[in-house]
Design a protein around this ligand. Structure first.
Ligand SMILES: [Zn+2]
Length: 506
């Protein structure tokens, strides 16, 4: 891969160089700012490739070794180049004969053009931002839950790379959801959720019919919009895996009932299903049908929960139909409350209520009032939902740029509708780095600090990554400020002042 990455890097550099010179924007690219390069790229590469190409460029300009995620970035860039080769003069001019030949290895099979699913799978048509297009393959898991121990479960998986990812299913650092999406032909959510339910023994202990569970998860994955840069099934898979890792790190299986474990895993899997790629504020301001239907209250979150249960109600999907009515109502109530609490508008209330309960009853859930246990479940899923900056830096950066690409797409819609453009969504003015600093300082850290006593191993695991994220976005912001002559805002100053304390654990 090292040789391929080098050739791919050269291709990226030449395409960039041609495009940059064409538009006289060399200074933006050579500043080394991923955000600037991404914005520039999006004008001629198409936004889905902008971040990928920008990151490859970023490393090349700094003459650093291409590492795992950059290899992946280059691979995605080459895959795109192989498709447009011969049709885009800008690209053709940038390639030499060796590079053309190299790209042939990335040529997709006949009939696997952009927007289609290789092998006639179930994926909806549309532009795929980050979900790969590869040879057809199911989720890769064996069809029946083995009765063997969970560590033996992955032995039945033929693909060693997939086996490696499944073995890391509950590992905060080793698991790579981007890689898993590649290995499962763009079905990371079904794979993660089913594997997690099996690994925790919930499929067998709760007697869940696996054919209907698989059908439900496939429908849920399909209901995530693949054209969203961020709120697609990859994000849902990431959140579900994050939740699984949290459950394992602090051994929550000992604290939670089977039904509670089922509820948190399912809630994580469907918590953004059908996300329209715009936030609640946009839906309210445009007086959308959804805003009317849900009276402007947690519109997206209400919609996600309802959409998830509509899918479950389909006969071929209803893997909970064998449950007692009482158990089903319990699980349904938990899932709805957990998904509604993922509304960012509920963030401070959720953290405060959790902290108050923790002060009152301590970290052992057995001591909590039964009707308050859901508060802990809500915070676990919410923490998983906002955990991007707590992941290893290579993933943190990818997620950071993807979420802002979605914000910027919303800003474009606002501008096209003649509405005031939300400040965070303004691609001309907003700084990804500054937004991320604010997010980490005022949202992520308070939430994870509140969890520190309740989930101490989790808090200790994420602490160094949050430090890395703060340091990285501070550097990016300094570069942005230097080129754009921007004053650092309060969040950046606060983050800088925070220094190495980042996220103190108890
Ligand atoms: Zn989410």
């Amino acid at each position: 891969m090292a040789v391929e990455a080098t050739v791919g890097g050269q291709i990226a550099a030449r395409v960039v160089h041609t495009g940059v010179n064409t538009r006289g924007q060399l200074s933006a690219a050579s500043s080394g700012s991923c955000g600037h390069a991404a914005a520039m790229f999006s004008r001629f590469l198409g936004s889905e490739w902008a971040n990928v190409a920008a990151r490859a460029l970023h490393k090349l300009l700094r003459k650093e070794e291409l590492e795992h995620d950059e290899e992946y970035a280059v691979e995605r860039l080459c895959s795109w180049l192989s498709r447009v080769q011969g049709t885009d003069p800008l690209v053709d001019d940038a390639l030499d004969e060796t590079q053309r030949e190299f790209l042939l290895s990335y040529r997709l099979p006949e009939g696997a053009a952009a927007g289609s699913t290789p092998g006639g799978g179930r994926r909806a048509p549309g532009r795929q931002y980050i979900l790969p297009q590869r040879t057809p393959r199911a989720d890769g898991l064996p069809s029946a839950e083995p009765s063997r121990a969970s560590s033996e479960e992955t032995e039945a998986v033929k693909d060693p790379e997939l086996q490696e990812q499944l073995q890391a299913l509950e590992d905060w650092e080793a698991f790579n959801v981007f890689k898993l999406a590649q290995l499962t032909d763009g079905r990371p959510l079904q794979t993660v959720t089913l594997a997690l339910l099996r690994k925790r023994g919930l499929v067998s202990r709760l007697g869940l019919p696996e054919d209907r569970l698989r059908s439900f998860l496939a429908d849920a994955e399909e209901a995530y919009h693949p054209h969203n840069p961020y709120h697609n099934s990859l994000h849902a898979a990431d959140v579900t895996q994050a939740l699984g890792a949290m459950l394992a790190l602090d051994d929550f299986a000992a604290q939670l009932s089977d039904l509670e474990q089922l509820a948190v895993i399912l809630a994580a899997a469907i918590h953004d299903v059908g996300h329209p790629g715009v936030n609640n504020d946009f839906l309210i301001r445009t007086q959308s049908e959804a805003a009317v239907a849900y009276n402007d209250i947690s519109i997206n979150e209400n919609m996600h929960a309802a959409a998830g249960f509509k899918l479950l109600a389909k006969k071929e999907n209803n893997f909970l139909s064998q449950m007692s009515l009482e158990d089903f109502r319990h699980v349904r109530r938990l899932i709805i409350r957990i998904i509604l609490s993922t509304d960012m508008a509920a963030h401070h209330d959720s953290v405060d209520e959790f902290a108050a309960s923790l002060r009152l009853w301590g970290p052992d859930l057995a001591a909590w009032a039964p009707d308050k246990r859901v508060v802990a479940l809500q915070l676990l899923v919410h923490a998983a939902d906002i955990s991007n900056p707590a992941r290893p830096l290579r993933y943190c950066c990818q997620w950071g740029h993807l979420v802002h690409e979605e914000f910027f797409a919303q800003g474009d819609k606002e501008a096209a509708l003649g509405m005031p453009v939300s400040s965070i969504c303004d691609r001309q003015k907003a700084s990804v780095a500054q937004s991320q600093l604010t997010f980490v300082e005022y949202v992520v850290k308070p939430c994870f600090l509140a969890l520190a006593e309740f989930a101490p191993r989790f808090a200790a695991t994420v602490q160094p990554h949050i430090c890395d994220a703060l340091q990285h976005w501070q550097q990016e912001q300094q570069q942005h400020a230097a080129t754009a002559d921007v004053e650092p805002d309060a969040a950046q100053r606060a983050a800088a002042a925070a220094g190495s304390r980042c996220l103190p654990t108890r």
